[in-house]
Design a protein around this ligand. Structure first.
Ligand code: G3I
Length: 344
């Protein structure tokens, strides 16, 4: 008998998964219904999907996910109101169609910034306003920290045109449109890395001091079977919890390759690799349970190995980052997580 993840961790934290709209009418739906209480859109709620051109909001795909969740007693989290990626180029063009980043005249730069923040405000209010009764957990901004860029802030068009004001604007608009029930997150990957973690911490602290309504940090947690350490993942959550913030694991998966390795095991990964993966998933979930007081949920970035962005990143190859295999059967990692749910 295969137990349900959501039941196993019922006392600890909700389990979730990212989906594409077309998975709703596929065998993946059965896995999701059994194991998952939260859904997040893998791509369907990103800026370019929601508002591909100015003023033309697209609701069909996002609505499908929201409806499927409702029919199955699941909740939805929103990913993501703001990002530097998968965002219509129109956001960053001035009234004449020129890229705002190239503007050198100070007066025009000021006008561009104002226009960009108005567009952002409209984007956020329109979407949050529409879904505020169905969605209460929001990735407001995604991946704004980049330790290699000046100031440690990602040198995106958002930042180059508006500085950190775009972050404040997005959170304030989301709070006003979503009300006090909306839980607002700043989401990023590699938050275990002390340099990145501390830069994110400083930013969040400054924004909170300015009264910007941030409720929590989303830790993407795209990890691999060799690293980073479970302790470093938990240490980061602790640091943000001490600031009074919630933590979510928002995009969990575990590549079977080291991050800088480009080899390919082919369709069937070696047993010893799957067993390493199982050990690490087990350790991770034991640590999550020990720290459930600072962890609001654990969301996987997919559900089974037949569908994962890691088949295409950093090169096209077969990866196996999830708890279920390509045939939707539980892997050693699944059973290790089941054991972790029962451990003291
Ligand atoms: O929809 C188009 C399709 O029309 C086109 O023919 C095809 C050709 O390439 O591309 C399709 O779009 C792809 C899209 O996924 C939907 O499948 C994009 O090329 C592809 O780049 C895109 O990848 C997504 C990636 O974000 C984009 O940056 C992944 O599915 C998605 O898993 C990934 O998710 C991100 C999170 O949002 C943020 N954190 C990291 C995470 C993994 O990279």
């Amino acid at each position: 008998d295969i137990p349900s993840l959501l039941m196993l961790f019922e006392e600890d934290f909700p389990i979730g998964a990212a989906v594409e709209p077309n998975q709703i009418n596929s065998p993946s739906a059965e896995l999701l219904k059994k194991h998952v209480r939260w859904l997040v859109a893998e791509n369907a709620m990103k800026p370019e999907a929601m508002q591909p051109t100015e003023g033309h909001f697209q609701w069909t795909n996002a609505d499908r996910i929201v409806e499927f969740a409702k029919e199955n007693n699941m909740r939805v989290r929103f990913h993501t109101l703001v990002w530097h990626n998968q965002t219509g180029a129109w956001f960053f063009r001035d009234a004449e169609g020129k890229p705002m980043v190239n503007e050198t005249d100070p007066k025009r730069r000021e006008a561009n910034k104002k226009l960009l923040l108005e567009r952002l405000d409209t984007h956020v209010r329109t979407i949050v306003g529409r879904y505020k009764d169905e969605i209460t957990s929001w990735d407001v901004v995604n991946e704004v920290i980049e330790p290699g860029d000046p100031d440690g802030m990602r040198a995106s068009e958002w930042y180059k045109i508006a500085g950190t004001d775009y972050i404040a604007t997005a959170f304030r608009a989301a709070r006003e449109a979503g009300g006090p029930e909306a839980k607002l997150y700043i989401n990023d990957y590699g938050t275990d890395n002390p340099v990145k973690r501390d830069r994110l911490f400083l930013l969040v602290k400054e924004l909170l001091e300015q009264g910007v309504p941030i409720d929590g940090v989303g830790h993407q947690t795209h990890i691999d079977i060799y690293g980073p350490s479970v302790d470093s993942i938990i240490a980061s959550m602790r640091k943000f919890a001490d600031l009074g913030l919630d933590n979510l694991v928002t995009e969990l998966d575990m590549s079977i390759y080291a991050w800088n390795d480009r080899s390919d095991y082919g369709q069937v990964p070696p047993q010893e690799i799957l067993s390493l993966q199982a050990d690490r998933y087990g350790e991770l979930f034991k640590a999550f349970r020990r720290n459930k007081d600072i962890l609001g949920g654990v969301i996987f970035w997919g559900i089974a190995d037949d569908h994962t962005w890691l088949h295409g990143f950093p090169v096209a190859r077969t990866n196996a980052p999830m708890l279920f295999d390509q045939q939707h059967q539980p892997k050693p990692a699944f059973w290790a997580v089941v054991e972790a749910a029962k451990a003291e």
